[in-house]
Design a protein around this ligand. Sequence first.
Ligand code: IDC
Length: 466
Amino acid sequence: MRRPRSLALSLAAAVIAAGAALFAVSPASAATPSATFTKVSDWGSGWQGQYTITNGGTAALTSWKVEFDLPGGTSAGSYWDALLTTSGAHHTFTNREYNGRIPAGGSVTFGFVGSGPGAPAGCKLNGVSCSGGVTPTTPTTPPPSPPPTTTPPPSGTTPVAKNGQLRVCGRQLCNAQGRAIQLRGMSTHGLQWYSSCVTDTSLNVLANEWNADVVRLSMYIQEGGYETDPAGFTAKVNDYIEKATARGMYAIVDWHMLSPGDPNVNLSRAKTFFTAIAARHKNKTNILYEIANEPSDVHWSSIKSYADQLIPVIRAQDPDGVVLVGTEDWSSLGASGDGQGVSRILANPVNASNIMYTFHFYAASHDDYYLTTFRDAVAKLPMFVTEFGTQQATGDGPNDFTQAQKYLDLMAQNRVSWVNWNYSDDMRSGAVFTEGTCAAGAYSGTARLKPAGAWIRDRIRTPDDF
Ligand code: IDC
């Protein structure tokens, strides 16, 4: 029979477990697995928390489960690198399929966003105290408490006023307060064709009636785009960035390379363009750089090589802007190719931090195989859907709203940001306005929306998670 632990030891364990909620204690020197909690950031109404599970034992763990209670008024929101089930105040996090194994001496972290003032209590790892099953060490002097967060609560009401400079945290897009958020908005059509649909009036409607958080400025390189007039297109994008900024929206600067599909063909142009854009707007907090719309007929290693060369050029001007990197086979994560895009990225990721990878889908063409690929990627990589349609990959044809909603549900659950194609009056079904709308300047309300436009407007207008 196992000897029960002494009361004193149990009390010591409880003190340590409680202490773990306030500061990170170093894992017990016990020869057992332990889990420690850290508040990575705190913005008053909420916080970002992280658990580190350290396998102090001699055998590998093959799965793990961390459970704890949150006090009333405190709840867990989005989370990463774990799965969550809740039952009232009780929260149970279990490993994902890719991080269940922890070798002896190894560790794994997962994180989540909490809202409310409380912190986890009563933590158990695989059924025993998170501080480890045997003799916990008495913590020496606890590390100094982190300085109080000085970021004042946001006072404005626009998406940028509320969230400020974004950054990638774990696999999420986080705001300046460290909270994982989801942005939703629209992409312009090609600026060389449909600039007439991007005006003060149309952007007012996008910001104030559609409540969009983000506009993607889609600048083609070929097909009459940037390569024909670099200075003119740079000036146009600068102008649209100012307009987005004035309306408190995030702006994705979309280097809309499409054909040829090898982004390296346009690398030197991209360096010139992004240097100018980043130098000019580096002090703004609302710029995201999308460096390759849709690579195709090119191996991941070439896309990575392009990103590895271009990102430092952007960062030399604007060190903290989030960069979005296109993926294989028209940003399908390889689903339109051999289906191995996610594993190739994991094996050979872009050599930079604060980046996300992009996925594009067109719901009537891209069935559950694409959805499964995307779901897999969301569990493993920081993802941003910078373009999607509810129709076929031509941006035209019948809508499949049922399939599109499956993608939207997945993105909502995982706080993946998205941008819909496109905010123009092109004749295709995926252009939100009926033909002639832009010439008439009649963007307000719903009278000029095609079915896809009415559907997506409803989904952008719902309240934000920030
Ligand atoms: C389409 C435009 C169309 C243009 C065509 C080729 O709607 O007017 O002639 O590009 O340039 C994408 C691309 C996006 C496509 C869109 C719809 O990023 O440029 O726009 N699409 O086909 N990927 C998948 C679909």
